[in-house]
Write a new protein. Structure first.
Lengths: 179, 361
C-alpha cells in the first residue's frame, strides 16, 4: 500500500467522495419518478395493449369466424366457434369468441393473421383485476373494448371496393354500392 | 413534604415534555428519513398521504395500531412480549440525564429546580451506557423468543455487534471524561463553554493553553454510534436482503412499532450524547451567536436552539450515511470494530491521559 492510499484509507476519502455525491443529488434535486396513477407515460406509437374486436361503421361485426387468429396464437388464448348466417350459407360469423387474457403475451400475431382486420390492439394496459376469471373475455366484452378504443370505424368491407370482399361474397340482399 | 411534591410535579412535567418532543421527533424522523434518502437517490419519497406526503407518519402510526398482533407458534410468549418493551424503555430512559439547555436554576414555589435537565445525576453518561446495554437485551431476546431462524440470526448478530461497538463507544468517551473530570453530562457540557474551539472535539482550554483534541474519539464515537443503533451501513441485525427483517421479522403491529420507536429514539439519544460530549451541547459556537445584551434573559432559548441544531446535524448525518453506503459484510464489521476502532480509541485514551497529566486544565 502506497502512502497516498494509506492516507486515503485513514481519512475515509472514498466514503467522503460518495457522501459528496449524494449531497450533490440532494441539492440539485431532480427526481426521475413518475407519479404513476396521477401522471402516465406517453406510450410509443406501436404500443401493443389490450386486444379488441372491431365493428364496421354500421355496427356489424367485422369478424367472419375464420379461426385464423386462433391458429396463429402461440399461447392458445383465442377460442372461436363460428357459425353461418341463417339463410346465407357462405357468410359466416363468430357465434362465440372468447379470449383468455391471463395467457396472452401480447405478441400481436392474431392481429396480423386476421384477414378482415377484425382484431386490433388498443392502448389500454390497466387491466389488473382481483379475480382472474374477469380476464376471460367474451365477444361482447371484446367488442366493447373495441368500441371505446376506436371511434373512427371502417366502412363495410364489401362497400369499400367490389373486389375486396372475397369472404362475404353472397349476400341475399346486397347493399347498394355507392356510385 | 411540600418540597418533594413540587419536585415530583416538576419532574413529571419535564418527563412528559421530553417524551412528547422525542416521540414527535421520531414521527418527523420517519418522514424526514424517507424524504432525504429519496431526494439523495433522485426519488421523491412518500407523496400520497397529504401534500407532498407530510401526513405519512400519521398514516403509518394508524396502520401499526390496527394491524393484527401475531405471536408465532412456538414463540416464548413472555419474552416475546417483554423484548420490545425492554428495547423501548431502555432507549427512552436515557433522555433523563441529557441537558437540553443551559444549566440554570429556577425557583418554583421556593424550590430550586433545573428546568432543562430532568435529573442531573453525577454519573450521567455511565447511566446512559448502562441502559443502552440493557436495550441490547431487548433485541437479542426478541430475536431468540420469535422461534424463527432469521430472527435468531439477527439477534445473534446484534449481540456480537453491540458488544464490540459498545466497547468502542465507552472507550471513545473516556478521553472527554478525562478532560472534563466528571461523568455528569451537565458538567461536561458546561466545561466546553464559549467558543467553538473550546468544544471537546478540539478541546482548547478556556483560558488558553495546550489543546488536547478529541477529534479521533469523536469520529470513533460517531461511527460506533451508527453501529450501535443498527443503522446502515452497520444494519446487519436487520439486514433485509439477508434476514428478511432480522430480529423483528416475526413482530407486527404495536410490538413492531415499539422496536421501531426504540431504534429512532436510540438515534436521537446518541445524537444528543455526541452533541453534548464533543460539540458543546447547548453552547453556541461563539458568545455573540446566542442571545445577549438586552435579550440576556432569553439565552436559554438560543441554548436549546443550538442543541437542537447539533442533534439534527447528527440525525441528518445518519440519513446521509445511509443513503450513501452499502452494508458491510460481517467479517468487515468485526475487523473494523476490533482492529481499527478499538486501537484508535485506546490510543486516544493513552495520549489524552498523558497530555492531561502534563497540561492540567
Amino acid at each position: 500500500m502506497t502512502f497516498g492510499e494509506w492516507v486515503k484509507t485513514i481519512t475515509f476519502y472514498e466514503i467522503l467522495v460518495g457522501m459528496k455525491s449524494t449531497l450533490k443529488h440532494l441539492i440539485n434535486y431532480k427526481p426521475v419518478t413518475l407519479q404513476y396513477p396521477h401522471e402516465k407515460r406517453t406510450l410509443p406509437d406501436n404500443y401493443r395493449g389490450m386486444l379488441a374486436l372491431l365493428r364496421y361503421d354500421d355496427d356489424t361485426e367485422k369478424c367472419v369466424g375464420c379461426d385464423l387468429c386462433a391458429a396463429a396464437c402461440p399461447s392458445r388464448v383465442i377460442k372461436v366457434i363460428s357459425s353461418e348466417v341463417p339463410g346465407e350459407p357462405t357468410k359466416r360469423f363468430a357465434k362465440e369468441y372468447s379470449m383468455d387474457m391471463t395467457r396472452c403475451l401480447f405478441c400481436g400475431l392474431c392481429v396480423e393473421a386476421c384477414p378482415v382486420d377484425a382484431l386490433a390492439m388498443t392502448r389500454e394496459y390497466e387491466w389488473a383485476v382481483y379475480d382472474k376469471r374477469e380476464l376471460l373475455l367474451n365477444k361482447q366484452q371484446l367488442l366493447a373494448i373495441g368500441d371505446r378504443s376506436f371511434q373512427v370505424r371502417e366502412k363495410r368491407l364489401e362497400l369499400q371496393h367490389p373486389n375486396v370482399a372475397f369472404f362475404n361474397v353472397s349476400f341475399k340482399e346486397l347493399p347498394q354500392k355507392p356510385s | 413534604m411540600f418540597e418533594v411534591g413540587v419536585k415530583i410535579a416538576v419532574s413529571l412535567t419535564q418527563i412528559s415534555i421530553v417524551m412528547g418532543v422525542v416521540l414527535l421527533t421520531v414521527m418527523f424522523l420517519t418522514l424526514a428519513e424517507r424524504k432525504v434518502i429519496g431526494w439523495m437517490q433522485d426519488r421523491m419519497g412518500p407523496m400520497e398521504v397529504g401534500p407532498y406526503g407530510i401526513l405519512q407518519p400519521i398514516a403509518d402510526g394508524l396502520k401499526l395500531f390496527f394491524k393484527e398482533d401475531i405471536i408465532p407458534s412456538g414463540a416464548n410468549k413472555y419474552l416475546f412480549t417483554l423484548a420490545p418493551i425492554i428495547a423501548l424503555v431502555a432507549a427512552l430512559v436515557g433522555f433523563a440525564v441529557i441537558p437540553f439547555g443551559p444549566n440554570m436554576r429556577v425557583d418554583v414555589f421556593g424550590v430550586q429546580v433545573q428546568p432543562f435537565v430532568i435529573s442531573d445525576i453525577n454519573i450521567g453518561i455511565l447511566y446512559i451506557l448502562a441502559f443502552t446495554s440493557i436495550g441490547a437485551y431487548g433485541i437479542i431476546l426478541g430475536g431468540w423468543a420469535s422461534n424463527s431462524k432469521y430472527s435468531l440470526l439477527g439477534g445473534l448478530r446484534a449481540a456480537a455487534q453491540l458488544i464490540s461497538y459498545e466497547l468502542n463507544v465507552g472507550l471513545a468517551i473516556v478521553g472527554v471524561l478525562l478532560l472534563a473530570g466528571s461523568l455528569s453530562l451537565v458538567k461536561i457540557t458546561e466545561d466546553q463553554c464559549c467558543w467553538i474551539w473550546n468544544w471537546f472535539w478540539l478541546a482548547v482550554p478556556r483560558g488558553g493553553g495546550v489543546p488536547i483534541p478529541q477529534i479521533l474519539a469523536f469520529v470513533v464515537f460517531v461511527i460506533s454510534a451508527v453501529a450501535e443503533t443498527n443503522r446502515l451501513p452497520f444494519d446487519l441485525p436487520e439486514a433485509e436482503s439477508e434476514l428478511v427483517a432480522g430480529f423483528f421479522t416475526e413482530y407486527s403491529g404495536m410490538r413492531f412499532a415499539f422496536f421501531f420507536l426504540a431504534e429512532y429514539a436510540n438515534m436521537i439519544l446518541v445524537s444528543c450524547i455526541a452533541a453534548a460530549l464533543f460539540l458543546g451541547g447547548w453552547n453556541a459556537p461563539a458568545p455573540f451567536l446566542q442571545f445577549h445584551g438586552s435579550l440576556e434573559h432569553l439565552a436559554w432559548l438560543s441554548g436549546i436552539m443550538w442543541f437542537a441544531v447539533k442533534v439534527y446535524f447528527f440525525l441528518f448525518l445518519f440519513f446521509w450515511i445511509r443513503a450513501t453506503l452499502p452494508r458491510l459484510r460481517y467479517d468487515q464489521l468485526m475487523r473494523f470494530g476490533w482492529k481499527v476502532m478499538l486501537p484508535i480509541a485506546l490510543g486516544n485514551i493513552v495520549v489524552t491521559a498523558i497530555a492531561a497529566y502534563f497540561f492540567p486544565r
